[in-house]
Design a protein around this ligand. Structure first.
Ligand code: IFM
Length: 460
């Protein structure tokens, strides 16, 4: 096509999922309960009273799902292992649980698909939550033992290891706002939980390194703050500190940002949790940063810098979060691909590390047409625009090595249940029938040509 934007040779194309969102089989082969099983059973916690009990039944249908990845021509598949499947009580290995990931990895490799393994995508074993969960500092060693157990079993075949996915969500939404499992609502605790996530990352990263891992990452969710005028600069700074730099800077060896520590000092939550030597552990170098990007956040400063924010993140004051601007996705997120370009360019400069877009995607109201096709034009457009944005970042010098679309399958979208569909493959949750959407065909075409069509080019 005339306006093709070609990616560097070897650019990694793939799709991503997470265990609790797709596996189902929550009480099969010895899996123990996770915080999400317990949270989803609380009335009102999840839209429609839904849970991941069945989800996409991927536990039983993984061969079919891997075949889909192959049919899409994707070279990589990012998935997470479920801690409560591997260690039902969080501490004791379950051979049947490990055997599932053995089968999954072997099937991926049989099809020539590179496994990109994430160790933690929010499904903490409930028994560990009952011992304090992410509020207990010992979780750093519990997580490290789990990481080594998985690595001992799969390390001969899995090259790419990611410790945590989006600790922002499991700490702040799980322990601060209560929107996610375990549903606690205390900002002081959320800060402590966040530090323990990073500490667990650092300890596990060191242990994995010692075990020979040479492809190690953490996946962070970034939301760039946008303001209409320069006099709202302080709102941008405050939001960026809590949402983005809180997690990135310690991983880079920069410690917690001083301005963040000032902003959250009144909560007295973070500093008491940090012990001597912690920041050195968290600074264990990673090989790449997983960049999860969906949307920016619009912000404005408040005249009184001590006034509480309407955004319930720990410590946010003196600023407000403004409504997103259309066109929006089903989850109400603004579509703003330029923010992805800016983010990647900024992260490349700030981190000096290779980047992989480990998640990016959109939910729209998909319909299976009478002819069996899902014409999800809005998602095709979102994908095309965001891929052009990634390409623009590469052109501007960012070392972006891959793009893993969120998600391979429609799945359990946490507190939103099964409403928002993020998949490039449609799932009928009654029949478990999979249908590749037009967006899946589009992604396949992009992957096979290693190029995204230009603005004027049509995709049919
Ligand atoms: O579904 C989630 C995923 O688990 C983590 N990142 C954002 C996605 C969409 O909300």
């Amino acid at each position: 096509m005339t306006g093709d934007r070609t990616f560097p040779p070897g650019f990694l194309w793939g799709a991503a999922t997470a265990a609790y969102q797709i596996e189902g089989a929550v009480d099969v082969d010895g899996r123990g309960p996770s915080v999400w099983d317990v949270f989803a059973a609380v009335p009102g916690a999840v839209v429609g009273g839904a849970s991941g009990a069945t989800a996409c039944d991927h536990y039983h249908r993984y061969r079919e799902d891997v075949a889909l990845v192959r049919d899409l021509g994707l070279a990589a598949y990012r998935f997470s292992t479920a801690w409560p499947r591997v260690m039902p009580d969080g501490r004791t290995a379950n051979p049947a649980g490990l055997a599932f990931y053995d089968r999954l990895v072997d099937t991926l490799l049989e099809h020539g698909i590179a496994p990109v393994l994430t160790l933690y995508h929010w499904d903490l074993p409930q028994s560990l939550e009952e011992r304090g969960g992410w509020l207990d500092r010992d979780i750093a060693s519990w997580f490290t033992d789990y990481a080594l157990t998985v690595h001992n079993r799969l390390g001969d075949r899995v090259r790419s290891w990611t410790t945590l996915n989006e600790p922002f969500c499991s700490a702040f939404l799980g322990y601060g706002t209560g929107e996610h499992a375990p549903g606690r609502r205390c900002h002081r605790d959320a800060l402590r939980a966040a530090h323990h996530h990073l500490l667990a990352h650092g300890h596990a990263a060191m242990a994995l390194r010692s075990s020979g891992v040479t492809d190690l990452a953490i996946a962070l969710n970034f939301s760039p703050a946008l303001a209409d005028a320069p006099d709202h600069h302080d709102a941008v700074r405050r939001f960026d500190a809590v949402h983005n730099r809180f997690f990135l800077d310690p991983v880079l060896g920069l410690g917690y940002p001083p301005d963040l520590l000032d902003d959250i000092a009144h909560l007295d939550g973070l500093t008491p949790a940090v012990q001597d030597g912690d920041l050195a552990v968290i600074a264990e170098p990673v090989d790449w940063i997983g960049v999860n990007y969906y949307a920016p956040t619009r912000v404005a400063s408040l005249p009184d810098p001590t006034e509480p924010s309407n955004c319930p993140l720990p410590g946010l004051r003196g600023m407000s979060v403004l409504p997103p601007r259309g066109p929006l996705t089903v989850t109400g997120w603004e579509q703003h691909p330029d923010s992805l370009t800016d983010l990647l360019v900024h992260l490349a400069e700030r981190t000096g590390k290779p980047l992989v877009v480990a998640e990016n995607g959109s939910a729209f109201p998909d319909v299976v047409d009478a002819d069996g096709r899902v014409r999800d034009h809005q998602r095709v457009r979102y994908l095309a625009e965001h891929l052009r944005a990634v390409h623009a970042a590469i052109q501007a010098g960012a070392d972006v090595r891959g793009y893993l679309a969120w998600s391979l399958l429609d799945n359990f979208e946490w507190a939103s249940g099964y409403g928002p569909r993020f998949g490039v493959v449609h799932v009928d949750f009654d029949s478990q029938r999979r249908v590749v959407k037009d967006s899946g065909r589009f992604l396949a075409q992009v992957a096979s040509r290693n190029a995204v069509p230009g603005l004027g080019d049509r995709f049919d």
